[in-house]
Design a binder for this molecule. Structure first.
Ligand SMILES: C[S@@+](CC[C@H](N)C(=O)[O-])C[C@H]1O[C@@H](n2cnc3c(N)ncnc32)[C@H](O)[C@@H]1O
Length: 214
């Protein structure tokens, strides 16, 4: 196990989650409804689930007709995800790595990574219309978030959506942020807040929808 952020072993958590058929907040489902109401009737869209664990969001994206890629660093979680959803694409990666480059290289070379993932045209072809992080950034230290957000910003098309549902606290901790801090963090990377939703047990709204503007 590689530890980072708050040190949770996500492979162990994945086995528990598989037994209950869920890992993140059930409130995450509301996130999909909010995304879909912004998207409307647009078709052939691509979504990336950053920190997908056992892939519980895949069936919702599939039902909504979006192409789905799930990313996670937890090997066993992805093994479970692939077993549950053989049609979905899951990739093992840290979110601060250049996963868009890997997808670009694969797409450009029909699955064999011979094309350079830094090629901008190849990257543009695989950029996403929607990215989500549900209970993911809250487990990364602040300096880790600062390495993850540029990767997500680079992977979302201008005009695309980024939804997060993250632990929102009254006083900042080593990995969690206040409501205003989550918004300021994401907006520093070329996103603009569209709306917030869902009050947590502390009375703070913890669901945030952003649009990429730059
Ligand atoms: C609480 S689970 C949430 C799973 C999923 N988003 C959901 O709501 O069902 C957090 C997941 O994010 C992944 N994760 C957190 N930080 C990550 C990072 N920096 N790189 C890759 N995966 C990460 C963990 O491995 C874990 O599987």
């Amino acid at each position: 196990m590689t530890t980072f952020g708050d040190g949770i072993d996500w492979d162990k958590e994945a086995q528990r989650a598989a037994a209950h058929d869920a890992i993140g907040a059930p409130a995450g489902c509301e996130m999909l409804d909010i995304i879909m109401s912004e998207i409307g009737q647009r078709q052939n869209l691509r979504a990336v689930d950053c920190g997908c664990n056992i892939g519980q969001f895949f069936p919702m994206f599939e039902k909504a007709g979006l192409d789905y890629v799930g990313l996670d660093q937890a090997a066993q979680a992805l093994q479970i995800a692939r077993r549950r959803w053989p049609k979905a694409r899951f990739m093992r990666t840290y979110l601060w790595s250049d996963w868009l480059g890997v997808l670009a290289a694969e797409a450009a070379s029909g699955g064999v990574s011979t094309v350079d993932g830094t090629d901008e045209a190849a990257r543009e072809r695989v950029r996403f219309d929607v990215a989500i992080c549900c209970a993911v950034l809250q487990h990364n230290k602040h300096e880790e978030k600062e390495r993850i957000l540029p990767r997500i910003a680079d992977a979302v098309k201008v005009g695309g959506l980024f939804a997060i549902q993250e632990s929102t606290v009254t006083n900042e901790t080593a990995t969690q942020l206040r409501h205003d801090q989550w918004i300021a963090l994401v907006e520093r990377y070329g996103f603009q807040l569209v709306k917030t939703w869902h009050k947590n047990e502390l009375g703070h709204e913890d669901g945030y929808l952003f649009r990429r503007v730059a």
